[in-house]
Design a protein around this ligand. Sequence first.
Ligand code: MG
Length: 361
Amino acid sequence: MHDAHTAGRTHPEPGHRYRGPFQRDRDRITHSSAFRRLAFKTQVFTGERGDYHRTRLTHTLEVASIARTMARALRINEDLVEAMALMHDLGHPPFGHAGEDVLDECLAAAGGFSHNQQGLRIVELLEKRYPEFPGLNLSRELLDGQQHRAHKHEPHQPSPLLEAQVVDLADGIAYTAHDADDALNMGLLQLEELEESTLWSTATQRVRQRYGWLDREQLARAVVHQVLDTLVSSAIETTREQVQRYAPGSPADVQQLPPLASLPQPLAGELRELSGLLFRRVYRHPNVLAKRATAGEALREIVAVLVPRADELPAPYDTIRMTEGPLRAVGDFVAALTDRAALDFQRQIRGVRPPRPALHE
Ligand code: MG
């Protein structure tokens, strides 16, 4: 996708003197309040066991870093890839997927909740940064990319732009590698358990060949780097081969083709095997499940207290209440909370009688 071929913005704006359209999109995203709040939102682990682990923000930055490397090597639009990567998790509620599941359940009567859909609401409606329009007025290509994320599990979807495909692949690579790293650091998982996965054990052999003996800490770091390097390099090579094979002449051609950004076959299966192992041993670890339960309880309590009082919500949620109903307004408000703001809110609810928590943005 060339900058010059962008379909433009919902509210037309003149071009910028120094920045291309997707550079501007990237800057609008990094200056948004939803982006800053990612610093205090859970990726997988909450902060009770030290501060080594990834947050939703640092996960996002790792995805952007991998996706940019791939974009530059593939000579696709690096600015667009970076903007898409920085935007991809903007709609995450507090407490990661646990928070998302609870909100989806609480908002069932209003059509449910999904973080990908929420990302679109944020950039099109909820951010208030410009006097001329609601949201960030991003380029059409970013909105379409996010729209695709929201519907990617539905059948008969056209392929998104190659730039969006690369971000999606980088997301899967990034979280598998860093969740393994975080889980090791927290002692939720042992190196020996990870070696049950082919991807991990192959990387371990390579590291041992190169460095000989390493202590467990050094070995863990080196294997994470090796896993990342193998995945990213192979993804670049395979994607390049696919592009050469199908030779799309335009972004529109890409949408008619099967996804071009991909891992080679044995490796794609090995990545699935490793993420399956993480799913069973880490995402379903009793400590992680206990945190999920606590988080869910907090969000349920907050929603229950706010729904009958939705007319007290601050702007822009009050406008949402009038146009889309109290449940959606409460969903938007709660989704914007950081983990600690949600826990503070819950404490206020429990401590004040009758409950009158301060509503703030
Ligand atoms: Mg992500």
